[in-house]
Design a protein around this ligand. Structure first.
Ligand SMILES: [Zn+2]
Length: 240
């Protein structure tokens, strides 16, 4: 049998590959969650804006009604002017007409202010709706991306898991347990190379004596004294 370290190194590589495949899918899932949250929040904003819009609509109807009534009063005064019997009546009607016209102008001003606010609010709603539509397209794209890669990912994980099962077969359970324990406490990396005499897990230099032992490739597992990861030297001319 190969040195267990070689096997562990291969198992570590496969575990990282499986992790990468699953990580890819999970980052797409995270993106989907993010977009969904964004859509919900935008929908909430649209709801609030639409309530405000409804208030402006009510306000506008009230102002419009007031304007119609005022205009009708002015018209009535004008109509009655043809039937006046004396100066006093004419004066009164003239005053009513001029006051009504003035009021009507003010109401028109008010109406245009309300309308401007309404338009502004409507533009906000439109912009939010466009944003939602964009996000929904993004969601659709991400969802189909996730679905499209599903079979490939499952196949890749299955193949790698088979390779892993083969590798694991001859390894003592106690060693596997140790590997798993280090892996879960050290961010998924339990077996790391030593490069330039430094552990590539924690980047701290290993003691020279340990490095010599490692370079000899002894059939004994050597752990980093700092991070406790299992160390190996990559197959390349080692600097002495
Ligand atoms: Zn280390």
């Amino acid at each position: 049998m190969q040195y267990p370290i070689k096997r562990l190194e291969q198992i570590q590589r496969i575990d990282l590959e499986i992790g990468a495949v699953e990580g890819e899918a999970s980052s797409v899932r995270q993106a989907i969650d993010g977009v969904e949250v964004g859509i919900k929040s935008a929908q909430g904003i649209v709801e609030r804006l639409e309530a405000e819009l409804a208030e402006f609509t009510t306000q506008r109807s009230g102002v419009q009604l007031h304007l119609e009534e005022t205009n009708a009063r002015v018209k009535k005064a004008v109509d009655r002017m043809g039937e006046v019997k004396n100066d006093r009546e004419l004066k009164a009607l003239t005053r009513e007409k001029s006051q009504g016209t003035k009021t009507s102008k003010n109401i028109e001003q008010e109406l245009s202010t309300v309308q401007a606010k309404f338009d502004e609010k409507q533009a906000e709603v439109d912009a939010k709706m466009a944003e939602i539509e964009e996000k929904e397209q993004e969601l659709e794209r991400l969802t189909s991306e996730l679905d499209a890669g599903k079979d490939g990912r499952e196949k890749a994980v299955e193949d790698k898991s088979k390779q892993r099962d083969e590798l694991v077969r001859d390894i003592p359970q106690s060693l596997l347990d140790k590997y798993e324990a280090i892996k879960s406490s050290r961010g998924g990396r339990a077996v790391v190379p030593v490069k330039d005499e430094a552990c590539q897990g924690c980047y701290i230099h290993v003691p020279p004596q340990l490095y010599v032992q490692l370079s000899r490739g002894e059939d004994e597992l050597i752990s980093c004294p700092h991070c406790h990861r299992i160390l190996y030297v990559e197959d390349q001319p080692a600097a002495v």
